[in-house]
Design a binder for this molecule. Structure first.
Ligand code: TRP
Length: 518
């Protein structure tokens, strides 16, 4: 296929935006504690399976829907059939009010750590520093214990940055920043990975705990019922992580693909985005397991006892690594956290973009006002996660929103394409634009992927009903987990109530490409 320069340029822009959305805190912060919690090597097998069974097929599906309907997720799904619009709202609502609210706070943590890096303020016990000095963590999710001013300040700055970028529409700037900072992130991570290999005990952590799958931990057909439930949880967490890290089920990829020119190689883009993102996570994991191995070695304890698992892991392990570097520690730390802040912002901005596009598509409100109101609401909603109980609250919300909210969004999209539109139509649409999608994709979207996601949802549910997630009190799980999901559902229903102007629901054909649209 002869591609003109112009198309190629916009394709790169799209790819950068899509990768910028995918690569974020999920790759460093979330991946590391998920992998650590679920036994390292035992996590990688379900993770890669999830990438193949759900990640790549659904990414293709979202690109396909967005490109075919040329609309944000609610409008795209409403164009397929009016009754699917609710799902089109559910996805960005869950992402905005379920994820972005705490995600912005974690970007704020990174901003704080950027400042701490100048003096390596965490000293020689980063774990103690994080819990007791930085978060001043309360005893339980019930004790909010007031707002932490430094976290609030940083979170407010994060929302301000999101607002500035979206309001002034300097997405070009973000694209340029992504082009500069993504490679920088990779280089900094590579330095850390190489360096950790020289530390004592690191190889043990990497080769015995990370690159060495423990099949018994992932055998969900095990004869022992307890092992079965535990394995189910590992699988559910791996699938959840794939959705989170690839920004699937957020409505983001649909919106981004809708901005593409008529001819764009969707299949190739999907494979590149997914592979680049996951390869990066797995690579960064080497540093995490290396450092934990080193910590175990230097404390003379087993790998599992070396560090307390949970959402704080990256904020203990990476500072530790930064302190251990032979030279330029402060410079390195500042750069590392700066890049993390930027990676987080490119992800956050992609969502505000998708959500405001959805609102303007439907209500014709002025874009700038929508962005301002969204960012203000976002900041207000984030406040709860800046309290001294923030870590508990975001852990609970994140668990429920990701394993149920995002996965459900993916499952329903498969059912709509698989059984309503018919995957063959979408497959042909995508294939005609560039690289061919194998026919097996139809089988995935129709049977395999929804079946796998359905079973996973059940396994996650079964796990959560058998034992409270991370030992939190039942009422907190109901309030911040289930309650949060139900609120998102209510918002999605309200937003989808209002009727559309009929003209909008008609697909706008681009001149000269009618034959592409089925
Ligand atoms: N994929 C991102 C990551 O791995 C997560 C993400 C994408 C996100 N878009 C977002 C989080 C919007 C919050 C809001 O970090």
């Amino acid at each position: 296929m002869q591609e003109t320069r112009e198309t190629w340029q916009s394709n790169i822009g799209f790819l950068m935006a899509a990768i910028g959305s995918a690569i974020g805190l999920g790759n460093i912060w979330r991946f590391s504690y998920m992998a650590h919690e679920h036994g390292g090597g035992a996590f990688l097998v379900p993770y890669l399976t999830a990438l193949l069974v759900a990640g790549i097929p659904i990414m293709l599906l979202e690109y396909g829907i967005g490109h075919r309907e040329k609309a944000s997720s609610p409008l795209a799904l409403a164009r397929i059939h009016r009754r699917f619009e609710g799902l089109g709202w559910w996805m960005p609502v869950v992402a905005m009010f379920g994820i972005m609210l705490y995600y912005s706070v974690i970007i704020g943590w990174c901003a704080n750590y950027l400042v701490y890096s100048f003096t390596l303020a965490w000293g020689d016990n980063p774990q103690d520093f994080f819990f007791n000095h930085f978060l001043q963590l309360s005893e339980s999710a019930a004790a909010w214990g007031g707002i932490r001013p430094s976290i609030l300040l940083a979170t407010a700055l994060v929302w301000l940055a999101c607002w500035l970028i979206c309001f002034r529409d300097i997405r070009h700037g973000i694209e340029k920043a992504a082009k500069l900072f993504m490679p920088l992130l990779l280089i900094l991570t590579a330095i850390m990975v190489v360096w950790t290999f020289t530390l004592e005990g690191a190889r043990e952590g990497i080769f015995n705990h990370y690159l060495n799958p423990d099949w018994s931990k992932i055998n969900f057909l095990s004869a022992d019922p307890e092992a079965r439930v535990a394995a189910g949880r590992v699988w559910a967490a791996a699938f959840g992580q794939i959705f989170f890290t690839l920004s699937l089920g957020f409505g983001i990829m649909i919106t981004y693909a809708s901005y593409l020119p008529a001819k764009a190689n969707l299949a190739r883009n999907a494979v590149i985005t997914a592979t680049a993102n996951c390869a990066y996570s797995i690579f960064a994991g080497l540093a995490v397991f290396g450092i934990v191995g080193f910590m175990a070695h230097s404390q003379g304890v087993g790998f599992a006892e070396a560090i307390k698992g949970g959402p704080q892991l990256a904020f203990v392990v990476y500072p530790q690594a930064i302190s251990l570097l032979p030279d330029f520690n402060a410079l390195f730390g500042v750069l590392f956290f700066l890049v993390l802040v930027i990676a987080g912002l490119t992800s956050g901005v992609s969502l505000i973009e998708a959500f405001s596009c959805a609102l303007t598509d439907k209500f014709d409100w002025p874009r700038k006002r929508v962005v301002s109101v969204l960012c203000l609401l976002g900041l207000l909603g984030s406040l709860i996660f800046t309290t001294r109980a923030g870590l508990y609250l975001l852990d609970i919300t994140d668990h429920f929103i990701t394993s149920y909210g995002l996965v459900l969004g993916g499952l329903l999209q498969c059912l709509i394409v698989g059984w309503f539109i018919g995957p063959e139509k979408l497959r042909r649409h995508i294939s005609r634009l560039g690289s061919r999608v194998p026919t097996a994709w139809n089988l995935f979207i129709r049977y395999l992927t929804p079946l796998a996601l359905g079973i996973l949802l059940l396994m996650a549910l079964y796990g959560d009903l058998t034992a409270n997630y991370s030992g939190y009190a039942t009422r907190h799980l109901l309030l911040y987990g289930l309650g949060w999901l139900l609120c998102c559902l209510a918002v999605a229903i309200v937003l989808s109530r209002k009727p559309w102007r009929a003209a909008k629901l008609k697909r706008r054909h681009r001149p000269g490409e009618d034959e592409l649209l089925v």
